[in-house]
Design a protein around this ligand. Sequence first.
Ligand code: NIG
Ligand code: FE
Length: 418
Amino acid sequence: MSAGAPAPPLTLAGAAQVLRPPADGLPYLRHDRAHELTLEPGDVTLADGRVAAFAADAGARRVDCSGCAVVPGFVDCHTHLPFAGWRAEEYAMKVAGRPYEEIARAGGGIRASARAFATADDAAVLAQARALAGELLRHGTTTFECKCGYGLSVDAELRALRLADELGRAVPQTTCSTALLAHAVPDGYDAERWLDAVIDALPQVRAQTRAEALDVFVESVAFDNSALARIGAAARVYGMALRAHVEQLASHGSVPVALAAGARSVDHLSCLPEEHVAPLAAAECAAVLLPGAELLGNERTPPARALADAGAICALATDLNPGTSPIASLPLIAGLAVRRYGWSVREALLAVTLNAAWVLDRSAELGSLDVGKRADVLLLDGPVEHVPYRFGRNPVAAVLVAGEPAWVREDHAWRFAA
Ligand code: NIG
Ligand code: FE
């Protein structure tokens, strides 16, 4: 939902740190340049819903930002909203040593969430998704991706995408959606026949929903590299971006296939072989890393330090879903990335702002504090270095969407009272 009337000019005054890219207008910043992000004290003026100047405006309302870091709104470029219910019982099984693939083959995993989605009515699905969007907002997420994938029939996947669109109209954040039609092979199909059905359904997906990208889960319990190539070809035909869940639980050598298919992003990468780091880093394709799924799934750690050093376009996301990552906090994900990957705080912040916006094709409009960009801005209640350090704590004091406060934490309300 976009903001209504233009917000009155507002000066975020006297911030201890303002996070800015090294130049305006960058579509993304490769990770070997993350150290060029600046973190200087200063003022930021917002007008007409946009970033207007990096100086105070005498006529503007003043928000005292002393002690705060001012950063762009976070962008969660990989979530599985909307979904129905949770799967805590599976987490208990995984902790006790049962592998994800075994749970999935026994009818759990994606199939369990598909059963829950089929039995929940639209109002129930939307109520859960709106509550989670509220949780995302309070943790600083001003833009997020939605995916279908828990439908497992053409009609149910279209329903999920329509609900994603409805969610987007109901929440303050910017949303965009991805058709993850190749998530699991539905009962009664083999992979090939389900892909035929998926490709036949794409005109309906285009006509009835706002989905901008196609996605596919490449894994032993899901689809193989030939399916990835087929979905990639279909994405080109329908003018959609290609995203892919690859190299999560085992290595299938999927990254070269995704690159050849022109993928916008490859996501997960826990089992990425070393020889695929350089080609991925050289490509205009983001490495979307999901350390929440890695931690809770006891997955391997991707070669994230090597990807960053080689100049990949890295992004981080929650992967918010009921199976592998029931996590809504990008500050927590950033903290995990710093610890698990040996990343700097600048690297982690770049990965949840500008580069994540590029994954969603929104970086011309948001993702960094550039004059003219949409004023989706966060006040953090301390220096950015505290985001990974005070691990697990929510540092977000206030969230502005298009220049207007969308959420202000009670102990910081005084800043907006004047
Ligand atoms: O991104 N890997 C595939 N899809 C999800 C998990 C699906 C599920 O178990 O519900 C993921 O991890
Ligand atoms: Fe995912």
